[in-house]
Design a protein around this ligand. Structure first.
Ligand SMILES: [Zn+2]
Length: 214
């Protein structure tokens, strides 16, 4: 079949229609195995921001706070004491960074819509967290490369995202793809591609939908 659009992660042009629903089409990269929404089909920045503002995720929601604490504790098992980190794409709150600060980590938070602290681009970090962020990135290849440049030598990435189901039938009915701000879906192969592209050594699962690259 002819190529429909280039892969936004590995740039390969050998891509195939994979799935479709009322809202969008989904394309499979035959090389890195990323499933993605063609970039010309993404929603506007305004519509994206409105969706994030509608999320109920904040300090007043004990379930959300507990969810972030669980991520923080899982990450801490892989950190050196006093190391410095960035919570990239933190959303409307700094809850995750605040929890890590309580354990003496030096933390910054950044969000393109809610905490646009451009000073981060001139800093270096021992680790960067992307919690439910990578599936949203419009330019995953460029954005992940920029972030990796902020890492100190031996820096670590913590990526929370749901891997796509193994079969197309499962994907067709998967709740996670219905979020209009989710524009790519990884699996082990595409996450390993990202690890290699960033020149890092190892990718492993360290928690529920939580991936560690160092
Ligand atoms: Zn690809």
């Amino acid at each position: 079949m002819r190529a429909v659009t280039n892969c936004p992660l590995c740039l390969n042009s050998e891509t195939l229609p994979y799935s479709a629903d009322k809202a969008r089409v989904y394309v499979l990269c035959s090389s890195c195995q990323l499933v993605f929404v063609p970039r010309e089909n993404l929603i506007s920045f305004e519509a994206e921001k409105a969706r994030y503002e509608a999320h109920e995720n904040n300090e007043a929601d004990p379930g959300y706070v507990h969810y972030l604490q669980t991520i923080s504790l899982a990450i801490q098992l892989h950190l050196n004491p006093l190391s410095s980190g960035l919570d990239f794409g933190c959303g409307r709150t700094t809850i995750l960074a605040d929890h890590l600060k309580e354990s003496q980590f030096q933390m910054d938070s950044y969000d393109a819509y809610f905490f646009k602290d451009e000073l981060i681009w001139d800093k270096k970090y021992d680790f960067i967290i992307l919690s439910e962020v990578i599936e949203h990135l419009r330019g995953p290849r460029q954005e992940m490369r920029l972030l990796a440049r902020l890492l100190n030598p031996d820096g670590k990435l913590f990526i929370k995202t749901k891997f796509r189901p193994e079969t197309k039938e499962q994907f067709d009915h998967w709740f996670y793809k219905r979020d209009s701000t989710h524009v790519q879906f990884f699996n082990t192969e595409s996450m390993n591609y990202l690890k290699n592209f960033l020149g890092m050594n190892e990718m492993k699962v360290i928690g529920s939908d939580l991936y560690f690259i160092d």
